[in-house]
Design a protein around this ligand. Structure first.
Ligand code: NAD
Length: 441
């Protein structure tokens, strides 16, 4: 592949580290760039500083062969790369709904002054519509080659926990471009995926940015829809799991993202729908997205409901009560605790006087950093010892494998609340547990 484009990936978090590894896997020479020197030295040593199934195994051989390396130097990246993917974070601004896009500005500002030959800079971060157009100007104004440093937008749809498969076998590739040359370059980079039949959609900057945020708006709406049904089921004595199963046979509805429970969290859906609302406001079409406020509110109400159920199980108050929390990650197969519903519930219970012990198979270290006041255990059984109630808040497979009889031996009271509708209720009840769940009688 002598003439193959050389790739850089700027920002090597959950998205960027995966993208860099997968680009190397496709056969490209790749440099990953991050401003965090610890992250860079971990990755360069073949250690992935977060949990993503299969990623460490994927990275190691490419580091060893030299096809993939990591640096903190934007200058080195500029000299090396023909195509620069930008994967930096776009978190929610403190105290606001809007996204903080300053990391993108910083990434462009660090790279652009060193761009002395034509190249393509490809944004992958999730951004408010209009960001790409703004960054394109910023890039060409600062790059010595001017407009020969071209921008494109290529939003990313990967899911943590499935990141490698989603990158190498995506449902679709969407690219926002301003020239045929940019489109051709991206078709070249993604040729192995296109050959495998992945749909490739070419559009303008604004549409490409909106595809990503509208996808996340739709997915959050679907989750909050079924959680709204769960609220009604709770009031009416109905069972939301049976309701959603029955709905799922309708192909117009479909069963994915239709599991009622504690709702969504993580580093994407909550901040993306809020940033989308903020941007719609700036564009003067805030009414178009007011329903997302309700989507957000339904989602947050599930957390309060979970705390209410836990309090009831504790006899009406948490003082002097031990509460075991199973799960800290925002979802299974990840150690990501950003806006984690499980930790949010754990923190609320503790604030109300409960003695909370959290166990998670992968996310304990991250949780400890963000919530140092909570207690943590090394196993689910250690967390549950002496507990008056067990809260199942992240649906790791490990929790489904627990024997209710065995766990029952070590708790103070056999009360469990399934916040994810993932446990086998009859089995727990047969072992003498009081089993409660969101949206079910
Ligand atoms: P992250 O916080 O894990 O990673 C961001 C990385 O960027 C960090 O390592 C940070 O040090 C680095 N960084 C910040 N400023 C930089 C700069 N100027 N130069 C170089 N590196 C810099 O975030 P993430 O989860 O990987 O998300 C990144 C973007 O991708 C966000 O816009 C997110 O919405 C989007 N996205 C994430 C996912 C996901 O599942 N995590 C999926 C699709 C899209």
């Amino acid at each position: 592949m002598a003439s193959a484009p050389r790739i850089t990936v700027i920002g090597t978090g959950y998205l960027g580290a995966t993208h860099a590894a997968c680009m190397a896997e496709l056969g490209y020479e790749v440099i990953g760039v991050d401003v965090d020197p610890d992250k860079v030295s971990d990755l360069q040593a073949g250690r992935v500083p977060f949990y993503e199934p299969g990623l460490e195994e994927l990275i190691a051989p490419h580091i060893a062969s030299g096809r993939l390396r990591f640096t903190t130097s934007a200058e080195e990246a500029a000299a090396f790369g023909d195509v620069h993917f930008i994967c930096v974070g776009t978190p929610q601004r403190k105290g606001e709904f809007a996204a903080d896009t300053s990391y993108l500005d910083q990434a462009v500002d660090a790279l652009a002054p060193h761009l002395v030959r034509p190249c393509l800079v490809v944004g992958k971060s999730t951004v408010p519509v209009g960001t790409a157009a703004r960054l394109a100007e910023r890039l060409s104004a600062r790059a010595p080659v001017g407009e020969a440093a071209e921008l494109a937008w290529n939003p990313e749809f990967l899911r943590e926990g499935h990141a490698i498969n989603d990158t190498l076998r995506p449902d679709r590739l969407v690219v926002g471009v301003r020239s045929a040359a940019a489109e051709a370059r991206l078709r070249e980079v993604y040729a192995p995926l296109l050959d495998a039949g992945v749909p490739f959609l070419t559009t303008d900057f604004a549409t490409s940015e909106l595809v990503k945020v509208s996808a996340n708006a739709f997915l959050s709406t679907k989750i909050s829809f079924i959680n709204a049904m769960a609220e009604v089921c709770e009031a009416a004595g109905a069972d939301v799991t049976q309701l959603s199963e029955a709905l799922s046979y309708d192909p117009r509805i479909g069963g994915l993202f239709l599991n009622a429970g504690l709702g969504f969290g993580g580093g994407c859906l909550p901040k993306d729908i809020r940033a989308f609302m903020a941007r719609a406001g700036e564009l003067g079409v805030d009414q178009a997205l007011t329903f997302l406020r309700e989507v957000d509110a339904i989602n947050m109400r599930r957390r309060f409901k979970m705390v209410d159920l836990a309090r009831e199980a504790c006899g009406g108050g948490f003082l002097g009560r031990r509460v075991a929390v199973f799960g800290a990650a925002f979802k299974p197969e990840s150690d990501d605790i950003r806006d984690s519903p499980a930790l949010n519930v754990a923190a609320q219970v503790q604030l109300q006087g409960g003695e909370v012990t959290v166990y998670d198979p992968k996310a304990t270290d991250n949780a400890r950093k963000m919530y140092p006041g909570l207690a943590y255990a090394d196993t689910a059984f250690d967390a549950a010892r002496g507990a008056h109630v067990v809260l199942h808040l992240t649906e790791w497979r490990e929790f489904r494998a627990i024997d209710p009889e065995e766990l029952g031996e070590i708790v103070a009271a056999r009360h469990i609340i399934d916040g994810r509708n993932a446990l086998d209720a009859p089995r727990w009840r047969a072992a003498g547990w009081t089993f409660r769940a969101l949206g079910r009688p």
